[in-house]
Design a protein. Sequence first.
Length: 159
Amino acid sequence: MNIDVICVGKVKERYLRDGIAEYAKRLGRYCKLNILEVADEKTPDHASEGMERQIKAKEGERIARHIKPGAFVIALAIDSQQLDSVGFARKISQLGLQGASHLQFIIGGSIGLDDAILRRANYRLSFSNMTFPHQLMRVILLEQIYRAYKINAHEPYHK
């Protein structure tokens, strides 16, 4: 399985980069992982709703350039479907059984994803009703993908 994580912005904190690298290494035995970063737009404090729409649209255009035809696109969005780890593992397994060989997860910037990207997504996934920094979300997503592969392979993984 090919998995792309398309995300907005660069990760600046070393501890987050280390976490991403660790899970990318662990995932190497289960899938081909590719992390694609697109430039983020500076969002001024107290940006108007219209300005936020413009920012998300610009970031959305950059994201859209990386979406591959035939890939199954999963957008991470707070107001979407929530799954537990077993349900997430089951979802990945079912997609593979249905012939999906390329998954693309999309993580938006600090103000979320453009509506066009949300409409393009085949599935919308929420990890929580809480808000997480988008850089930290990369580590959380990769850990859950790794956990899903361990669950699907019936291999032990600490709880």
